[in-house]
Design a protein around this ligand. Structure first.
Ligand code: SF4
Ligand code: SF4
Length: 715
């Protein structure tokens, strides 16, 4: 759980987490293992098709939540089960405590349930005088430590065997060996009597199948079977979102859930419970069974056209497994009860704005979570949307209001950039700001920042504008503000690559920043206005392609503008036409111009590659850049984790410099390990981060934009 009241306190918590060496190693180990395990588990399966089917089925179920609840209740009650609906967390706690009281329960055993964590069930039952024991190994460990889970599937992943051995020694009053198998035996020995003594077992459930009235529980340890079998009372607690119309739909989720969670083809135990089972400890020989469905805002979510998709979540935890920020700081700092990308969103709805407001700013918008989500939820977009909602509810900060006002006014923005060029003079040399003001140096000193260029691209354009006779394509060039004012040479390089290949280039001067920075700051109205200005400047009717060398701009122009203006009747057609024509530089060079080995010189030296998040995941462009590097006579040496974020993330690197620095260090370590001379990428933001980091550490490795390396190699 994170309790920080403001961003300053939250950053202090993050620094503390970064100092936890074991946490870092454990997270890192799993993050490296997971992608391969997931890929192997899904080998030969149509993953995208399955995810699409799950998303569609879950959306339909969410729209019929009330009806499904009534139908399930009728089926389950016909089999002797009592079914309850709790509208709030408090109601759920009271219902469960009343069941315990009515059945003269003293001791309760529990298997893992995130819904129980959501309502702080243990806390409530313990306050009522019940003895509650968690029986999932990880959950028991964190219960003994008085902590919440740090991962939805692996709740104690942040702890070392040494810490667990110390904990178990304390609990058993006996020195325990630091041996995982032996520690598991200690847990088993300690927990077995609890199952036998307990009068009541509480479990979660992964699904409630309406057509049969059964619940399904997926576990790896088998403890849920003991919890639901031995005590005479069983209470299953689950969210209304777990209602599944048919068994076939439930089984489809089961095909994806363990594969996506931990890379297992199937979990060790799948338990189906349909009605009251035989139970020797119950007076009538049959178990007393209750199912409690929790609403706690779920029916309101089901009615929300944008956020209803969060009810698709099957709680696989994959969105945390791949999140570069979670990997650094763990679930206690990247979530409240629910963790990872979905946790950031659910925290706002289930635990309130105060708990969510720091968390949602800590998303770097890399898109890794969306790419693996078992239910196809657009997690980064929803996180940004919550950030914007919180700002609307609490008021926008002065810096973000100022940035929004400046970006909406292109002339003012560009005048300020030109003035900054003059102001930076005493601080800059060799293209870098060498002396950051003290205030900035403390946080931002992990990389050297670039200086504003002597002349922006827009001033160079009239002189370098190429004449193309009988062009095959009319191309509008969108530079984005970084390439226009900081790295104009990247645009010049692109002109040199493209000009002789049949493309008539145009660079309309009314274009401005793409607007992504204001989206990241939650300034949605300003983002809309900037989008309208750029669409006016680059009228899609005039071009076959709208070309940009910035992966982040490309992804925002193509997808972000549609989200901003797609529902506006005055802009819907235009924005779609615009988005259809947006193309990134590598795809344009590879797929449209079809540049191949015959277009390039040989022996250009060795290179490695960094795949910008917004290119490889935002636009799904993976092969074109690597093919170009090989075709361009370069010795391409793939680096480890090429598609993991470099830590730039625009305003993220300013707001969370300690996290940005860690991500950058890892990225550079992988790139340098290839032994390549040059690190190539497709985004000026990534160039800024990578080049600044290498410059700071005095590395001989160079960073080039794809356009620059192709311009160097083109015949
Ligand atoms: S977009 Fe990236 S940083 Fe944000 S939650 Fe998803 S994986 Fe984490
Ligand atoms: S949001 Fe998606 S990836 Fe994350 S836990 Fe839910 S289903 Fe899994």
């Amino acid at each position: 759980m994170q309790h920080a009241k403001n961003l300053k306190e939250y950053r202090a918590e993050l620094r503390e987490a970064l100092g936890d060496e074991f946490l870092r190693q454990a997270m890192d180990k799993f993050a490296r293992f997971y992608p391969g395990a997931r890929a192997r588990a899904f080998a030969g399966m149509d993953v995208d098709g399955l995810i699409h089917e799950i998303a569609e089925a879950k959306d339909k179920a969410a729209a019929r939540m009330d009806e499904l609840y009534e139908a399930f209740k009728a089926k389950a009650e016909a089999a002797g089960v009592v079914v309850h609906l709790a509208r709030t967390a408090r109601e759920a706690n009271e219902i469960i405590a009343a069941i315990a009281k009515e059945n003269e329960v003293k001791r309760i055993v529990k298997s893992k349930s995130m819904t129980a964590e959501e309502i702080h069930l243990n806390h409530h039952l313990e306050a009522e005088g019940y003895e509650v024991t968690e029986t999932d190994l990880g959950e028991w460990i964190i219960q003994l430590r008085g902590e919440g889970p740090t991962h939805m599937v692996m709740p104690a992943i942040h702890l070392s065997r040494y810490q667990v051995a110390d904990l178990f020694s304390e609990v058993t009053h006996q020195k325990q060996e630091v041996d995982i198998e032996k520690l598991v035996k200690v847990a088993r020995r300690e927990l077995r009597p609890r199952y036998i003594e307990a009068e009541m077992g509480i479990s979660g459930a992964n699904m409630a199948v309406v057509e049969t009235g059964a619940i399904g529980i997926v576990t790896n340890e088998g403890n849920a079977r003991l919890v639901t079998t031995l005590p005479r009372v069983h209470v299953a607690l689950m969210g209304l979102d777990k209602l599944t119309p048919t068994l076939a739909e439930g089984l489809r989720v089961l095909r994806v859930l363990p594969r996506n969670a931990t890379g297992q083809a199937i979990s060790s135990y799948v338990t189906w419970i349909n009605g009251r089972n035989e139970c020797a400890s119950s007076p009538d020989g049959k178990k007393i069974m209750h199912i409690v469905f929790l609403d706690n805002g779920r029916s309101a979510l089901a009615r929300d056209p944008l956020f209803s998709q969060v009810l698709r979540c099957v709680r696989c935890g994959a969105c945390a497994n791949v999140c570069p920020v979670y990997r650094l700081v763990g679930g206690h700092r990247y979530g409240h009860i629910y963790i990872g990308a979905i946790g950031l969103i659910l925290t706002y709805f289930f635990h309130g704005r105060d708990k969510a407001k720091n968390l949602v700013q800590n998303c770097i918008n890399c898109g890794a979570c969306k790419a693996v989500c078992a239910a196809g939820i657009d997690l980064p977009m929803l996180i940004k949307e919550i950030h914007a909602r919180i700002l609307d509810e609490e008021g926008h900060s002065a810096p973000s209001t100022l940035l929004a006002a400046v970006l909406k006014n292109r002339k003012l923005f560009h005048t300020l950039l030109r003035s900054a060029k003059l102001a930076q003079k005493p601080l800059a040399s060799g293209g870098y700001i060498r002396h950051l003001p003290m205030l900035l140096a403390k946080d931002q000193g992990f990389r050297t920042l670039p200086a504003i260029a002597a002349k922006p691209f827009r001033d160079l354009w009239p002189r370098i504008r190429p004449e193309t006779k009988s062009p095959r394509y009319r191309v509008g060039l969108f530079s984005g503000c970084v390439q226009d004012f900081v790295y104009p040479e990247q645009c010049v390089a692109a002109v040199n690559v493209v000009a002789g290949k049949g493309a008539a280039l145009d660079f309309p001067l009314d274009q401005s920043c793409c607007g992504l920075p204001v989206v990241m700051m939650g300034e949605i109205e300003a983002a809309r206005e900037v989008a309208r200005q750029n669409i006016r400047a680059l009228d899609p009717g005039k071009y076959d392609y709208i070309l940009t060398l910035c992966a982040s701009c490309a992804s925002h122009l193509k997808h972000g503008y549609l989200k901003l203006l797609g529902d506006d009747p005055a802009w819907a057609v235009k924005v779609r036409q615009f988005a259809d024509k947006v193309i990134d530089f590598s795809s344009f060079a590879h797929d449209v111009l079809k540049l191949g080995p015959e277009d390039f010189r040989k022996d250009g030296g060795s290179v490695t590659y960094h795949a910008p998040c917004h290119l490889c995941r935002g636009l799904g462009v993976k092969d074109a850049p690597r093919d170009l590097l090989r075709d361009a006579g370069l010795d391409y040496k793939p680096s480890e984790e090429e598609e993991v974020c470099c830590g730039f993330g625009g305003t993220f690197s300013m707001k969370f410099p300690e996290l940005s620095a860690e991500l950058l260090a890892k990225k550079l370590e992988h790139a340098e390990a290839t032994g390549a001379q040059t690190l190539v990428t497709d985004c000026p933001g990534c160039v800024m981060q990578l080049r600044g980091g290498l410059e700071k550490k005095g590395s001989s490795m160079r960073v080039k934009h794809m356009a620059e390396i192709l311009a160097q190699q083109i015949k």
